[in-house]
Design a protein around this ligand. Structure first.
Ligand code: NAP
Ligand code: GDD
Length: 337
């Protein structure tokens, strides 16, 4: 039986990956940081909370990482934990650098010392492309991060490559474009939209208040992307791979897809911070704009080219952005009382 360790097992991807590995017969260990009320709700929703072994773990604590790797040696180590919200990275830039950058070398160097044959996955991100230097973005596109989060992830990305090249470790980076699901955190734009629209569809009256509706993202389904992570670690040779759908969509169009899935007829009017949308069926205002949700520097366009992953890993996204918006909106609607 293969053993795996997942940092960030309580997060969106951690929960889907834990389920995938359990279904494949792995013994799954996961790191959980100390918070006042431990959140295993995603693992519970996927029905796997009782099947995983949870250990106290914090990215910022070197000796804790050392003891964890010493006491629970595994075949595959997936580093998914991070301060993952781009907006917060301007408020917590130093913590973000530590958790999303330095922590990667803490883990890699401990693995190198204690168990260098462990296969390692680093959660890199399309946010590293930032002010994009090429369209679509691929593994060789020059990086130009636009947030403290993106900058920290660039360090994690290059140190993962560096330990592969310096010490021959099997360390791979997945450069993953945005991926979402009904388990997505409520602060990310897709889930913020589907939850607010589901409440409106249930009779509520509060519009969703957003920032830049013109930004474009390449959105896929998280369940597909964790399969890609696993496939990377099954290769004989470690490497870096983009995972993406190859389709890009504005925030405004994502709102349209989610609203239509809930039986609304969204109509947009106005510009900039005066833009709004109403549901033509009910006349209810469903979208408002606030300067509060604009970022100091924006990533305007992301669209990925995942042909290397398709060729080498046989991986392809299976859920369209329309299907994703529908899945998330329906899940939120069904869950509301
Ligand atoms: P998520 O839902 O926000 O999960 C993040 C996880 O990290 C949570 O389990 C969180 O624990 C844990 N964590 C945060 N700080 C920690 C610390 N100091 N020590 C230990 N654990 C800590 O994120 P996700 O969407 O699953 O993303 C997984 C990874 O992929 C992240 O590294 C993210 O940056 C990266 N990524 C995500 C996407 C995407 O679109 N989802 C795309 C590219 C890359 P708590 O439960 O206690 O908060
Ligand atoms: N969160 C949020 N809230 N975003 C908004 C809002 C709002 O009210 N209004 C507009 N947006 C825009 C943001 O400005 C951004 O352009 C876009 O919606 C997506 O924002 P998020 O959903 O927060 O995701 P992200 O693209 O910044 O980051 C996610 O994807 C990265 C991969 O590209 C996160 O999952 C990162 O961890 C991940 O690395």
């Amino acid at each position: 039986m293969k053993k795996a360790f997942i940092t960030g097992i309580t997060g969106q991807d951690g929960a889907y990956l834990a389920k995938l590995l359990l279904d494949k017969g792995y013994e799954v260990h996961g790191g959980v940081r100390r918070i006042s009320q431990p959140e295993t709700v995603r693992l519970e929703k996927l029905g796997v909370a009782k099947d995983v072994h949870l250990h106290e773990f914090d990215l910022t604590e070197m000796n804790n990482i050392f003891r964890t790797i010493r006491d629970y040696p595994v075949d595959e180590f997936y580093n998914l934990a991070a301060q993952s919200f781009v907006g917060t990275s301007w408020e917590l830039p130093i913590y973000t650098a530590d958790a999303d950058g330095m922590a990667v070398v803490r883990i890699l160097d401990t693995l190198r010392t204690l168990k260098p044959d462990t296969r390692f996955y680093q959660a890199s991100t399309s946010e590293m492309f930032g002010l994009v230097q090429e369209v679509p973005q691929r593994e060789t596109t020059r990086l130009y991060p636009r947030s403290p989060y993106g900058v920290a992830k660039v360090y994690g990305h290059y140190i993962t490559m560096n330990y592969r090249e310096s010490f021959g470790m099997h360390s791979s980076s997945g450069i993953l474009f945005n991926h979402e699901s009904p388990l997505r955190g409520k602060e990310f734009v897709t889930r913020k939209i589907t939850l607010a629209l589901a409440k409106l569809a249930k009779g509520g009256s509060d519009p969703v208040v957003l920032g830049n509706l013109d930004a474009k993202r390449d959105w896929g389904f998280a369940g597909d992307y964790v399969e890609g992570m696993w496939r990377m670690l099954q290769q004989d040779v470690a490497d870096d791979y983009v995972l993406a759908t190859g389709v890009t969509t504005t925030i405004r169009d994502f709102i349209r897809f989610a609203a239509e899935a809930l039986g609304m007829e969204p109509v947009f009017s106005g510009e900039g911070i005066h833009e709004t949308a109403i549901d033509a069926k009910t006349g209810k205002r469903i979208v408002e704009i606030s300067e509060k949700f604009f970022r100091p520097a924006e990533v305007e366009l992301l669209i990925g080219d995942a042909s290397k992953a398709e060729q080498n890993l046989g991986w392809k996204a299976t859920v369209s952005v329309q299907g994703l918006a529908q899945m998330m909106a329906k899940a939120d609607y069904d869950e509301l009382a």
